[in-house]
Design a protein around this ligand. Structure first.
Ligand code: SF4
Length: 692
């Protein structure tokens, strides 16, 4: 880290990496960021930070940044730098041309959880009002869309139930499919503090994450399940709760519905820990003990991550955890709840802002006439009542020839999405791909127009973290490319014939508040006054809502949903005998577009394939060998790391580098309700890349 001398000014803003949403003072000298200092009054972090927030800001001034708009006719042509006016008019003219030739639904956009709420809001507004369709989706599609679906079905709101502080009251903490010490380090520190004070820990994960055994912390139970069997495990835990008389009857009778049908279902012998042991790989006695520990705790809290959602039954599992928490009365107070640990800085916010093809802001369905009317009156356009295309539907329609133009905002779909061969075929078949981003990423290789975006240091707006906390993002400098990202989007909409303009992103937030009941009390002024606010914030909760569902659920009664376990279609075979699952490491971030450009050269240079010693031995693989990783859809090469963190038969890698590209092998399988890809389960074979 190069320190650039004494700062001359500082601005309080929010880290742009993970969903913890830590506040920092960005200390500046002129236009140079000298250092990021964790902000002690930050509601999410209270003065703490991790290495990424503190030291991984070098990408903002990296020479790879593109600072001029560029266009080209064909993706094989060289880029041509142009002015903003030409770039905007190229996008608008070509998008309109596609609609004239192929119909109004032939174009769409993908918004980003990396961007501010205000930027996401204007992108979905552009699609709905200027494009005239609902073909807007968000990168949350590929991570936490099952959270949105599952928590809405059971509790009535697509968001986590608690604030981070709540973990300090938990007696039992159950971590399911998450690796907080790598993925959410500052929240992990809060969790570890509580565990060191004596709270008990249950980890449900195929991989032995650090939390299972770390200084002064030892999980009471690590249920090392087979990938794809989450639902069988949660049903078996529920079976124990129901059949051993551990249900909180008072809570269930007063606050829930659908209990009897669910009780009859989970009590069936086929859902018992003993009956499911051969499926899940979890010893029945261990599972029973874990279920009792959670159910009997005064306060039991569930924290979960993408190991829950990125499955063909991701939504089912979210509802399974909600069922379990309701049955044990673990909702509506401190120390309990069902809490998604959101990956990106603004996953919660991008979903809140109406960037799903079926929902307007605040998770209200596009088919709701009364809701649509509010937007139509304000925006002066008739909105469609039918949901638009999801990201995978866009790809399919592109290959079919009916979807021709895509605006991609801050997401590298050609590296992050599964089954990359299909993604790239879809991108190649489109007549217009517009990428708005910082760097010429993998997706930009297929783009016809590149619009340079702004780093978090150049943004003004808000991010919403995993605890629904809306944090201010304050710019420390003008956008290096000359335009705010929300301004670019407004200019495109205007050039397409739908005038959109704002003087300041605070005006966009005012519009969000006007059309969104859960944001009614949020403005830049109230945020500056309170520091941050957790939604819902409105006349009923003027200072926000740290804990949800306190006296009743948002939907009235909490709803038990029967969660049948269905095996994934992804089966191991003699050709593909291992199961690949994926995750990430502390010092890298998702596709690495930012963290690979921080100048911190010592940080983990490559993706590795973790392989159990037994699986390595039978393949003649030594630690550090180059190996091939192949599935039925693709093949890549990476270096092996022998590790007993995974059980035999399961391998693990990260996806931070385009060269090794784990998503070359991940498949088209996805969650039945939301199409969230099944990144966590791919049947693969591993072999020496250069056999002797
Ligand atoms: Fe940033 Fe997340 Fe680290 Fe906090 S925990 S500093 S939000 S990456």
């Amino acid at each position: 880290v190069v320190e650039l001398g004494m700062p001359t000014r500082s601005v309080v803003t929010t880290c742009a990496y993970c969903g913890v949403g830590c506040s920092f003072k960005a200390e500046m000298r002129g236009d140079e960021l000298v250092r990021m200092v964790p902000y002690k009054d930050g509601g999410a972090n209270e003065g703490h930070s991790c290495v990424k927030g503190r030291f991984a800001f070098g990408y903002a001034s990296h020479p790879d940044r593109i600072l001029k708009p560029m266009v080209r006719d064909r993706i094989t042509d060289p880029w041509r730098e142009v002015g903003w006016d030409e770039a905007i008019s190229t996008v608008a003219t070509r998008m309109r041309g596609l609609q004239e030739r192929y119909g109004p639904g032939s174009i769409g956009a993908i918004s980003s959880s990396r961007c501010t709420n205000e930027e996401v809001f204007v992108v979905q507004k552009m699609v709905r009002a200027a494009f005239g369709n609902n073909n807007i989706d968000t990168c949350a599609r590929v991570c936490h869309s099952p959270t949105g679906y599952g928590l809405k079905q059971t509790f009535g709101e697509s968001a986590g139930t608690q604030d981070f502080r709540s973990v300090a009251q938990a007696d039992v903490i159950m971590v399911i499919g998450a690796n907080p010490t790598d993925g959410h380090p500052v929240f992990a520190s809060r969790m570890k503090r509580r565990l060191r004070e004596g709270a008990r820990l249950v980890v449900i994960d195929p991989r032995r994450i650090d939390l299972v055994r770390s200084p002064h912390i030892e999980a009471a139970h690590h249920l090392q399940l087979r990938p794809s069997t989450n639902v069988a495990v949660v049903n078996a835990m529920a079976h124990v709760v129901v059949t051993e008389g551990l249900v909180d009857r008072e809570f269930v009778d007063a606050r829930c519905e659908g209990f009897e049908e669910w009780e009859e279902f989970v009590a069936r012998p086929e859902n018992s820990p003993e009956a499911t042991e051969s499926v899940t790989g979890v010893p029945a006695g261990e599972l029973r003990a874990a279920a009792r520990l959670y159910a009997e705790a005064p306060n039991g809290a569930i924290y979960y991550g993408l190991g829950v959602t990125e499955h063909s039954q991701g939504s089912t599992m979210v509802m399974g955890m909600a069922n379990l928490a309701m049955a044990c009365g673990n909702l509506g107070r401190d120390g309990v709840g069902v809490n998604p640990l959101r990956g990106q800085n603004n996953v919660q916010g991008s979903c809140d802002m109406g960037s799903f093809p079926h929902e307007l802001t605040g998770y209200r369905h596009v088919s709701d006439d009364a809701v649509r009317t509010v937007f139509e009156e304000l925006w002066g356009r008739t909105l469609l009542s039918e949901p638009g295309l999801r990201i995978p539907n866009m790809f399919d329609a592109a290959i079919d020839g009916t979807f021709r133009g895509l605006f991609v905002h801050g997401e590298d779909i050609a590296q992050s999405d599964p089954n990359l061969q299909h993604v790239t075929a879809a991108l190649e078949s489109m007549e217009l791909v517009v990428v708005q981003d910082l760097f010429l990423n993998e997706t930009a290789k297929f783009a016809h127009v590149f619009l340079p975006g702004a780093s978090f240091l150049e943004k003004d707006g808000t991010f919403t973290n995993a605890e629904r906390r809306v944090n201010r993002v304050r710019s420390v400098m003008r956008p290096k490319a000359g335009k705010h990202e929300w301004e670019i989007v407004c200019d495109i909409a205007t050039a397409m014939g739908y005038p959109m303009s704002y003087d300041h992103p605070g005006q966009i937030m005012d519009e969000i508040a006007q059309v969104t009941p859960t944001f009614r009390g949020i403005s830049f002024e109230t945020l500056d006054k309170h520091g941050s606010i957790q939604w819902p914030c409105n006349e009923d909760a003027p200072e926000g809502t740290p804990t949800m569902h306190v006296d009743s659920f948002v939907r009235g009664k909490g709803r038990f949903v029967v969660t049948n376990y269905l095996p994934t279609n992804e089966r191991t075979t003699s050709r593909f005998p291992l199961v690949l699952t994926t995750g990430r490491i502390l010092s890298q971030y998702n596709v690495g577009a930012q963290t690979r450009r921080t100048g911190n050269v010592a940080w983990h240079p490559e993706d590795l394939l973790e392989l159990h010693p037994h699986d390595a031995e039978v393949r003649g693989v030594q630690d550090g060998d180059e190996v091939t990783l192949a599935s039925r859809v693709g093949k890549t090469t990476l270096r092996a790391q022998i590790s007993d963190r995974m059980p035999p038969g399961v391998v693990y890698t990260t996806f931070h580098h385009p060269v090794t590209g784990a998503n070359v092998v991940t498949t088209e399988n996805s969650d039945w309700a939301t199409n969230c890809p099944e990144y966590k389960v791919t049947a693969v074979q591993v072999g020496l890349a250069h056999p002797l």
